[in-house]
Design a protein around this ligand. Structure first.
Ligand code: SAH
Length: 375
């Protein structure tokens, strides 16, 4: 018997519990097989069915024939002097994405990508420069968590660190390449796997989705999941935000803040984090800080200030430290919890806004063609 081509075998990696139960049921198998399968795949990191001893020989053979567990392949790694690690992951179609591990005390946060490239064109972000490739599938999104967990667990076991092997990651943030809320259909099942006790078992507070402000999708996220929300605000008024985050022309600040308010109030433990990249002389003055404080008054939220991380050809600079401190001071005095993020991994271009990966697709080719014909 010849093996079916890998493309005809259903990838089970990104199916959440309910979808897996359905998949087994459709094949006349008992739905609770899903609960047996999940820990093998996501807790133990298996990518073959044969060793899954509680599944029965016949079922395992059937799974090998009809299904597969396929994740993006880790192709290269870079390590920062500060302990940050960045991986280039290769996708089946030749595109590549990046994922970043940010260790901080007891916390080990993995920053994952949701799209190849990005369509939003925020002025201060390197990912925007490569244009939009495509949405990642649910398999490719959870596959980043799967691949890195497996790598770290192996390293911890080799070093005899049992505690680390049990819990290689503590947090996941969807703050890599792409806009997760423009790919919600694929993002949601991946989020459900992250918080499922039979898979990764992260608490909802430790999984964060970051958005540039896709308002209707914030509402849908609120219905489909209970994770933490981060919103990339970057400006307190429409004039400035229209320029920095072009998406603002569609969903202006008032509308965005109203959606954030509803998200925060929709469940008891939810709060919203606002990210604010500080660009010297552009959005980092006391007037912007005061206006921001007024706009956020009464909202259950905190603010993360991110001093701009430079990349080649960027039209902005990082403000001086006293400017950053003054901005933060104004927010703190207004009673808003505010922290300044240290740049992490900027020596390997792993910091916020520095991820580029590789887009290999029509968008990129057509732009090159357009450039060649002088369009
Ligand atoms: N599209 C989503 C997910 C990307 S998250 C979003 O916009 O939230 C990446 C975070 O890094 C965002 O807050 C983004 O605004 C910020 N960022 C982008 N470029 C940056 C840069 N050059 N320096 C600092 N932060 C940057």
């Amino acid at each position: 018997m010849s093996e079916p081509a890998s493309s005809t075998r259903q990838n089970l990696l990104g199916l959440d519990r309910r979808a897996l139960e359905g998949w087994f049921a459709e094949r006349g198998e008992r739905p609770f097989r899903a609960r047996q399968l999940l820990p093998w795949v996501h807790r133990r990191g298996l990518d073959r069915f044969a060793p899954m001893s509680d599944l029965g020989k016949a079922l395992r053979a059937r799974l090998e024939g009809e299904a597969q567990l396929r994740a993006p392949r880790i192709e290269a790694e870079q390590r920062s002097a500060d302990g940050t690690r960045k991986w280039l992951l290769r996708l089946d179609d030749g595109n590549a994405i990046e994922a970043v591990l940010i260790p901080d005390g007891d916390r080990r946060t993995l920053c994952v990508s949701s799209q190849v490239g990005c369509a939003l064109n925020c002025r201060f972000c390197a990912t925007a420069r490569q244009g939009f490739g495509r949405n990642l599938t649910r398999h490719e999104i959870i596959g980043q968590v799967w691949a890195v967990t497996r790598l770290l667990r192996g390293e911890a076991q080799a070093a005899g660190d049992e505690a680390l092997a049990l819990r290689p990651l503590t947090n996941v943030v969807l703050m890599g390449m792409g806009e997760p809320l423009l790919n919600l259909e694929e993002v949601l099942p991946a989020l459900r796997l992250m918080v499922d006790d039979l898979a990764y078992g992260f608490s909802r507070r430790r999984v964060t989705v970051s958005t540039a402000g896709v308002v209707p999708a914030i509402e849908r996220l609120a219905e489909g999941s209970d994770v933490s929300l981060a919103v990339s605000l970057h400006a307190p008024d429409d004039a400035l935000r229209d320029e920095l985050v072009p998406l603002n022309r569609k969903y202006p600040v008032d509308m965005l803040l109203e959606a954030c308010r509803r998200y925060a109030e929709g469940a008891p433990q939810r709060s919203v984090t606002f990210e604010y990249v500080l660009l010297a002389g552009v959005n980092d003055g006391p007037a912007e800080a005061r206006l921001l404080a007024r706009r956020l008054a009464g909202l259950r939220c905190k603010v993360n200030l991110i001093p701009f991380n430079p990349f080649p050809g960027a039209p902005y600079r990082r403000p001086a430290q006293d400017r950053v401190d003054a901005f933060r001071g104004i927010l703190l005095r207004a009673g808003i919890r505010t922290i300044t993020r240290r740049p992490r991994g900027d020596d390997i271009d792993a910091a916020c806004g520095q991820l580029v990966g590789r887009v290999r697709d029509r968008t990129r080719r057509s732009r090159r063609l357009a450039a060649e014909v002088g369009a």
